[in-house]
Write a protein that binds this ligand. Structure first.
Ligand SMILES: *Cc1c(COP(=O)(O)O)cnc(C)c1O
Length: 458
């Protein structure tokens, strides 16, 4: 029987088909807005694909491109304004293919030096956006969740190392009510308790609110407290906590200060809003998701540490078969030492290639474009009588309501637009009330798209 790794004519033909599909998809600015189908229906349309002898690449690929891909939402669709959309650059997506084809193990310098070198150049730029000291550095992770987890582990291990007493306590951290769900989940993963500070009328955690909360803690809780997590752009509303005053409190109270800027971090590159992040340069760790507002394909997150050594102490893995990677000859930066994952894809490579191709100025412009679209949407909503803004803009998040709509109206409108293949805009909640939300990332979204979507609410 032929080896499945054999290079034969059939494989060459399939390669061409697949490359053709990839090139077409990468150059398509208006991909079909797919929508999910029930599993039973997919079973009928697709059926069993994994058999003893295989169904053949040609058939499997046809099923994928004719049926399955249409049962998924292309996140880079210009009228996909739900959740946090994505809009990888064409250069980045192309280089994602190159990253796969190159088969590089990205955990250690010994096997991945050339690729890690590129990732690190992109990382240097990211770090420079934060204003952290030059000795700070980071690594690319699978996303914001993994970055938050890696940072929390580093912070807790540092706290535990401070004295024997801390090792006996269950750790406690403070964040805001508007913090991302992954913070709560990852606190569970590290078995830490979490206190959510009510972030006031405008949803913004401040140094004062934090200080008052710390003062109200019991003696034991104060001892258990090791970290504060502020958000640099909440996912729902784009709210940036008052980072400078929070940083001051953390410094005084000797607490690890983490800033979760998974969504908002891209806006550090946008001069028009950079000042809103003042204080981020005092963080002990920062999360930024290049797969959100820095135009990388999924998946690519990043965690940055002020003191890289503290991350290494927490994350460096030991094993007899791993010693060789730390050998003199292989000395260099080992990404595995700074986050939870060992074997890793060089997921920062697509970002590197795109940055190298376009330059950082084009990134700045593309991010400013997202902010501009949000301003346009807000202005338009203000000028229309059937819709109104719920709160001022937070970065590129627009929270607005359709006058007199019930939660069901929002839901039906969402489904209807999605089924038609027109747009995906999903409802959210603000202070308990169901409303609508736009999040702008994609610079290909047009003013006309926004108008049409708002008019469809009439
Ligand atoms: C998206 C997001 C996360 C989670 O990141 P993933 O990449 O989805 O794992 C965490 N925090 C914030 C603020 C986010 O917007």
């Amino acid at each position: 029987m032929k080896s499945m790794h054999a290079l034969d004519i059939e494989l060459v033909e399939m390669t061409l088909d697949i490359m053709k599909y990839a090139v077409n998809r990468i150059s398509n600015t208006n991909p079909e807005l797919g929508s999910p189908k029930k599993e039973e229906l997919l079973d009928k349309l697709v059926g069993t694909t994994i058999t003893e002898d295989g169904i053949g690449g040609e058939k499997a690929f046809h099923l994928f491109k004719d049926i399955l891909v249409k049962a998924a939402v292309p996140v880079d669709h210009p009228r996909h304004l739900a959740f946090v959309p994505a809009a990888p650059t064409r250069a980045a997506t192309l280089f994602d293919l190159v990253t796969s084809a190159s088969s590089i193990h990205g955990a250690y310098w010994m096997t991945g030096a050339g690729g890690i070198y590129c990732e690190n150049q992109a990382m240097k730029w990211l770090v420079s956006l934060t204003g952290l000291p030059r000795t700070s550095f980071g690594v690319f992770t699978s996303g914001g969740t993994a970055a938050n987890l890696s940072a929390m582990i580093a912070g807790r291990e540092y706290w535990r190392s401070l004295n024997e007493e801390n090792k006996a306590y269950k750790a406690l951290l403070i964040t805001s009510a508007g913090a991302h769900s992954s913070i709560k989940s990852m606190a569970q993963v590290i078995d830490a308790d979490i206190i959510l500070v009510d972030d006031g009328e405008d949803g913004r955690l401040t140094g004062d609110l934090l200080h008052n909360k710390i003062k109200s803690l019991s003696k034991v809780d104060r001892k258990r407290l090791f970290a504060v997590i502020a958000t640099g752009g909440t996912t729902n509303a784009g709210i940036i906590d008052e980072l400078d005053t929070i940083a001051e409190v953390c410094e005084k109270e000797h607490l690890w200060f983490h800033v979760d800027a998974a969504y908002g971090g891209g806006a550090l590159a946008a001069p028009s809003v950079r000042h809103l992040f003042n204080g981020i340069e005092k963080a002990d760790s920062i999360t930024i998701d290049p797969h959100k507002w820095l135009f990388s394909p999924y998946d690519c997150g990043a965690v940055i540490y002020k003191n890289l050594n503290l991350a290494k102490k927490a994350h460096s893995q030991k094993g007899a078969y791993l010693d060789i990677f730390k050998d003199e000859g292989a000395q260099g930066f080992n990404p595995a030492d700074y986050q939870i994952q060992l074997t890793r894809r060089l997921r920062g490579l697509p970002l590197w290639f795109s940055l190298a191709t376009h330059g950082t100025k084009r990134y700045q412009d593309a991010i400013e474009r997202g902010l501009e679209l949000a301003q346009y949407a807000a202005k338009t909503i203000d000028s229309m009588s059937h819709v109104s803004m719920i709160r001022p803009l937070g970065l590129s998040c627009v929270l607005f309501e359709r006058n007199n709509w019930s939660a069901d109206d929002y839901k039906n409108w969402t489904y209807d637009n999605h089924k038609k293949g027109f747009a995906l805009v999903t409802p959210t909640k603000w202070k308990g009330q169901t409303i609508s939300r736009f999040c702008f990332i994609n610079p290909d979204t047009t003013e006309e798209d926004i108008l049409k979507i708002l008019e469809s609410m009439k």
